[in-house]
Design a protein around this ligand. Structure first.
Ligand SMILES: [Fe+2]
Length: 295
């Protein structure tokens, strides 16, 4: 089941403005709103979360000024919680210019929400040069940059958060694609460990860069939030042509419900591989949980 509700992002003063036009490099930033009703989330626990993912910082397609404008837009949405879904680094099949990790992290460090700002890493944050003059590593440089900017990174770690209506758990999964061995992706993810740590009945959200984990996520987790796919990055007639997922287009984009379990996949804001983004506008996902039907 796929369900998407689109809304044009209202750019803040000095933000994206009207100069951003639709082209093969992407369209205007949109805010896509979802109000899922997972059985494992109490109706009286209201939470509004923003998901920003797949930034892929680098010139020419994701300059620091654009990241700054996206951050301003997220902050203007007034979410209780901001989630960063991974893939901060760029990786392009054509020449591009990297930034020092501290540069994009400084912009992300301006994100603010009452419950905080939490991040996971993506596959592009591992095994690639994280900045000019830096060697590829296992993601530690990206993690350090985020933490240096005051952002909590959850790599197979959980946080207990509270909103006025009560408490919930946020689980952050490490990337399922940190390196390739004999043609197979190897992950750093430990879903079983995260689930074992759910030792009470507080409702739980899972932030996982790649949506491929979803078939293994138990009903105990109310909602899984992912990115990674860019919705296919190129969509013709609302169909993704190529999706970096072992499930093809099944989890390419949007709201998916299977066996009463809920998944939201954001199309993200950036581009990787070939510098083309077509048929799917860059998006910030806003999720309203626990709001009554009258809201
Ligand atoms: Fe990714």
């Amino acid at each position: 089941m796929l369900d998407r509700r689109d809304a044009m992002a209202r750019p803040p003063a000095g933000g994206l403005g009207t100069a951003e036009r639709r082209s093969v490099f992407g369209g205007p930033l949109v805010v896509r709103r979802y109000a899922p009703r997972p059985a494992a989330w109490p109706r009286d626990l209201r939470l509004r979360a923003a998901l920003l993912t797949d930034i892929h910082a680098g010139m020419p397609l994701m300059p620091l000024e654009r990241i700054a404008a996206i951050v301003d837009t997220v902050n203007a949405l007034g979410a209780d919680l901001v989630l960063l879904g991974g893939d901060y680094l760029s990786s392009m099949k054509l020449p591009y210019r990297r930034f020092a990790p501290e540069a994009w992290a400084r912009e992300l460090g301006r994100l603010a929400a009452p419950c905080g700002v939490f991040a996971v890493l993506g596959n592009h944050d591992h095994g690639r040069r994280p900045g000019p003059g830096l060697r590829p590593d296992d993601g530690r440089t990206v993690r350090a940059a985020l933490e240096g900017a005051g952002i909590a990174v959850l790599e197979n770690e959980a946080a207990t958060l509270s909103v006025p209506d009560g408490e919930f758990r946020l689980l952050g999964l490490a990337s399922q694609r940190v390196r390739k061995e004999k043609g197979r992706w190897i992950g750093a993810d430990d879903l079983d460990g995260l689930i074992r740590g759910l030792d009470d009945d507080r409702p739980a959200l899972l932030l996982a860069h790649e949506p491929d984990i979803f078939p293994r996520v138990p009903r105990r987790v109310a909602l899984t939030l992912s990115g990674h796919t860019h919705g296919g990055q190129v969509r013709i007639a609302d169909r993704a042509l190529v999706v970096p997922s072992r499930y093809g287009a099944r989890y390419a984009w949007g709201h998916c419900i299977e066996d009463g379990r809920h998944l939201l996949v954001s199309g993200g804001v950036g581009v990787s591989g070939w510098p083309i983004r077509f048929g799917i506008d860059p998006e910030i996902v806003m999720v309203d949980l626990g709001h009554s039907d009258e809201d």
